[in-house]
Write a protein that binds this ligand. Sequence first.
Ligand SMILES: C[S@@+](CC[C@H](N)C(=O)[O-])C[C@H]1O[C@@H](n2cnc3c(N)ncnc32)[C@H](O)[C@@H]1O
Length: 203
Amino acid sequence: MQLSAGARERVAAVHGGGGLSERLRLYDGWAALYEQDVAALEYRAPHLAAASLASAFPAPPAGARLLDVACGTGLVARELHRRGFRCLHGVDGSAGMLERARSTGLYQQLRRCVLGQEPLPAPAGGFLCLTTRSNPSNRRYKAELEAVLEGLEGQGAWQKVLAQEVECWERATSDEESTQGTGYISGVVYIYQKCPVPCLEEG
Ligand SMILES: C[S@@+](CC[C@H](N)C(=O)[O-])C[C@H]1O[C@@H](n2cnc3c(N)ncnc32)[C@H](O)[C@@H]1O
């Protein structure tokens, strides 16, 4: 599928960095065309996140609680639903993206939550998943996300299950973004498990 000039511009704008409020504003504006544009990018994150979760949760998944962090329009929920997960909660910082996620009807709960500024909702038990790009233009944001996740682990609230680096995450929109000339950029899937009681060891 060809990436239109408009799609290339929208992707470049979001990848262009900027502060948190600017990024969320761009996602608000992108919500209506997001799925169409990421399909043209051959975006694999939702499929990869769902596959990681399915392997981390070998029991029948229908009752497994899952918090989809930065859920966007609900692409991860769609993949999870196909794999039998039914107890899906989502958070995102963009009201526009959340509105789309709500329209899927796949989430039991959806909430606006800006990571790094507000605490995550903490359902009892279950897993959370989060994905992000690991190309150069996203390094700072990725480090911020990892600091948030490490904070959750440090508080004993969540325990890391995996942080899986993936090479062909989505098509690169420029040569500078491309990993070693492959034409793709890389990304990472994070899966955490909620600690039923604080996981911190004493002493
Ligand atoms: C690339 S999209 C991924 C959406 C979805 N997980 C998917 O795979 O399609 C990134 C999402 O993260 C959200 N986001 C970015 N920074 C955030 C933050 N600090 N707190 C909450 N959501 C954030 C954006 O609004 C956007 O919906």
